[in-house]
Design a binder for this molecule. Structure first.
Ligand SMILES: Nc1ncnc2c1ncn2[C@@H]1O[C@H](COP(=O)(O)OP(=O)(O)OP(=O)(O)O)[C@@H](O)[C@H]1O
Ligand SMILES: [Mg+2]
Length: 234
């Protein structure tokens, strides 16, 4: 168990009930090593976001177990799940999800509010914004930033609590191809520098090419690349 960052055992997620029930995840077994940069691919509706959400404690599976490191996420009550979301995972979204009225630095500090804005955490936020190339935009609000810059801020925010695992749901989906390449390169470097585990959902084979490992989903099940309806990686 020791070298696994994330481990899923027979994880099933069913939305709805009876005839309208949708099996979004169907007995997924997946072990992800510490430090891995993993891509998740598959057609729309195959369960990619659901998979990230059950790993990050945003959603509870219907059956099965999810572990982050040695902690079984699925066995926790709401209050513990909240701690999982705050300390064990960082989230990056396709549409950034930054607070529109706050500047870049305050957005990065937002997850740290509940534990207190110490001088240390402020320093860490500034250092992270420097690392993602945003040191000259600390006070800019999201509306005053380009899409790529907003995603850089969101990546810094995902790292502020120093989580071992970062979950990114189509982080380059709203970026032009050149900006997407820059952002994925940044994520690749952060993975290497920090040793954190990155799980990234993408439709873009050029993004997946940067990853250590790619898994494919179809109808809530892990499958081969061909079964997911994708051509060979370029
Ligand atoms: N909250 C929900 N309530 C009901 N059904 C849901 C819910 N969330 C997802 N689903 C269903 O579960 C299945 C998997 O959805 P999911 O969002 O995980 O797919 P995805 O692979 O992320 O797709 P996309 O590439 O379009 O983002 C789909 O059939 C979807 O309609
Ligand atoms: Mg999705």
């Amino acid at each position: 168990m020791g070298d696994l960052a994330v481990n899923l055992r027979r994880v099933t997620k069913i939305y709805g009930q009876g005839r309208t029930a949708v099996k979004a995840l169907d007995e997924i077994d997946l072990a992800i090593e510490r430090g891995c940069f993993l891509a998740i691919m598959g057609p729309s509706g195959s369960g990619k976001s659901t998979l990230l959400n059950v790993i990050g404690g945003l959603d509870r599976p219907t059956a099965g177990e999810v572990y982050i490191g040695d902690l079984e996420v699925t066995g926790q009550d709401e209050q513990k799940l909240y701690l999982v979301r705050r300390h064990l995972v960082g989230f990056v979204f396709q549409s950034f999800h930054l607070a529109p009225t706050l500047g870049a630095l305050d957005n990065v500090l937002l997850p740290a509010l509940p534990t207190g804005l110490t001088p240390d955490i402020r320093q860490r936020a500034v250092a992270l914004l420097e690392r993602v190339g945003m040191e000259r935009r600390l006070d800019r609000r999201p509306g005053e930033l380009s899409a790529g810059e907003q995603q850089r801020v969101a990546i810094a925010r995902a790292l502020i609590m120093n989580p071992p695992v970062v979950l990114a749901d189509e982080p380059t989906g709203n970026l032009d191809s050149r900006t997407a390449a820059e952002v994925v390169h940044l994520i690749e470097e952060l993975n290497r520098e920090t040793g954190k585990t990155f799980l990234l959902v993408t439709h873009d084979p050029r993004v997946a090419r940067h990853c250590h490992r790619v898994v494919y989903l179809r109808d809530g099940r892990l499958c081969s690349r061909a079964e997911a309806g994708l051509e060979a990686l370029p």
